[in-house]
Design a protein around this ligand. Structure first.
Ligand SMILES: Cc1cc2nc3c(=O)[nH]c(=O)nc-3n(C[C@H](O)[C@H](O)[C@H](O)COP(=O)(O)O)c2cc1C
Length: 403
């Protein structure tokens, strides 16, 4: 890892100024408890043992409304639980005595050499978690040599990050006509974008009920939103609501939109939000370069199941013609092994790096990636596999499955 611990700690201390985390180090009035400042040389960044340990640190830093926006899912949050539960139904079948010495995590993806199979998913609204969050994440991803899919200010991000950056399009506005598609493609190509990620599952605004209860205002994700010393957001002007009939200014994109986009650019196109064999096969037919099996972190349609449950049917339908990636609930090296065993080429994460961002800024994002990467390598060593090519279906069993 590249950052200097002293700088990281100084940066953290500055960012924590007036926050509840630092506040906890000082003796609150009337409290008998002794709170000690961190000893010189202590590095709070190194305290979390795994990526989930960053979650309470992030929660303590954030306005509760921003925390709920980060953490929550849609409606009953059934898919949110399924994303994690799905992984727990899979058992690793370790290989004994395989003589592994070096563990190699590298791979080729869409013509790019990646150091490890963990990508940073697009996540809107980072600025309500950390000032200038998008560029901060881009810088962290570049330092950590990870592929970052951005959804904000591509030029600023490519300049700030200097790593392989993909741009994500969502609501379909850019795909509504040949002219809008052409201008999007030109802008992205001119600005040094390495690939396009088209999110297919966000054509309508879902009910994220934590946000509705909190009167969350999506404009809080924009740059320059003022916060008070405790990190609290301003009064909402346009709070999220239920009971509003869904409306769109133009129709949702179609498979023809994907074909047309394909004809306009040589950039790789990744379709994000694919959950079925039918759509996996159509993605190949329409010229997609890859798909991400994703339920948008359980933030769009609820009751679609965990993504790891959908992965096998998509992998089977795609049949090795394009890479299949997956996201949703990936928190451990073992989760990544399970996903790769079931046919994913790589995984993407969002909440884990957002926890790191909210808790520590850029060094937090880098540390989260380092923990995931090293945990993957360790778990591969323990499972007796030395490289990604050695991971196959025989490395896992689904609970209850007959062999
Ligand atoms: C705060 C937040 C904002 C997100 N914004 C977007 C977005 O703008 N576009 C998109 O395609 N996905 C978005 N996602 C979904 C992620 O890209 C990803 O599919 C999902 O969160 C992965 O699951 P995980 O958070 O459990 O790792 C967002 C997720 C979170 C948590």
């Amino acid at each position: 890892m590249k950052w200097n611990r002293r700088t990281a700690f100084k940066g953290l201390a500055a960012w924590l100024g007036g926050s509840s985390l630092l506040g906890a180090q000082q003796a609150p009035k009337g409290s008998a408890k002794v709170y000690l400042p961190p000893a010189p040389g202590d590095d709070p960044l190194l305290d979390p043992a795994n990526v989930m340990d960053f979650a309470p640190l992030a929660k303590a830093k954030l306005d509760p409304l921003a925390w709920d926006y980060l953490e929550g899912g849609s409606e009953d949050e059934i898919s949110l639980r399924d994303n994690r539960d799905g992984f727990n139904r899979i058992i690793i079948r370790p290989r004994a005595l395989t003589g592994i010495q070096n563990i190699d995590l590298s791979l080729d993806l869409f013509g790019q050499k990646l150091a490890y199979p963990i990508l940073l998913d697009p996540a809107g609204g980072k600025n309500c978690m950390y000032p200038d969050g998008e560029v901060t994440v881009a810088r962290a991803a570049a330092n950590a040599k990870a592929l970052h899919i951005t959804n904000g200010g591509i030029q600023k991000v490519t300049e700030g990050g200097k790593g392989p950056v993909w741009f994500q399009i969502t609501t379909g506005g850019e795909l509504r006509s040949t002219a809008t598609m052409k201008s999007l493609v030109k802008r992205l190509e001119d600005q040094g974008c390495a690939g396009i990620c088209f999110t297919t599952d966000i054509m309508y605004v879902s009910h994220r009920e934590r946000n509705i209860h909190n009167k969350f205002d999506r404009s809080w994700g924009e740059i320059g939103i003022p916060r008070d010393a405790q990190g609290r957001l301003p009064k909402p002007r346009n709070p999220e609501r239920s009971g509003v009939y869904p409306e769109r200014a133009f129709p949702t994109p179609t498979w023809n939109s994907v074909k047309e986009l394909r004809s306009l650019t040589k950039l790789p196109i990744l379709l994000k939000g694919i959950l079925t064999a039918e759509d996996g096969a159509r993605s190949v037919e329409c010229g997609a370069s890859g798909v991400i099996v994703s339920n948008h972190g359980a933030r769009q349609l609820d009751h679609v199941g965990g993504t790891i449950e959908a992965l096998p049917e998509v992998v089977q339908a795609v049949n090795g013609r394009i890479p299949v990636l997956i996201d949703g609930g990936i928190r451990r090296g073992t989760d990544i092994i399970k996903a790769l065993s079931l046919g994913a080429k790589a995984v993407c994460v969002a909440r884990p790096y957002l926890y790191g961002l909210a808790a520590f800024g850029q060094p937090g994002v880098e540390r989260v990636l380092e923990l995931l990467r090293t945990e993957l390598a360790l778990d591969m060593g323990l499972a007796g596999v030395g490289n990604l090519a050695s991971i196959d279906r025989s490395l896992v069993r689904i609970r209850g499955e007959q062999r």
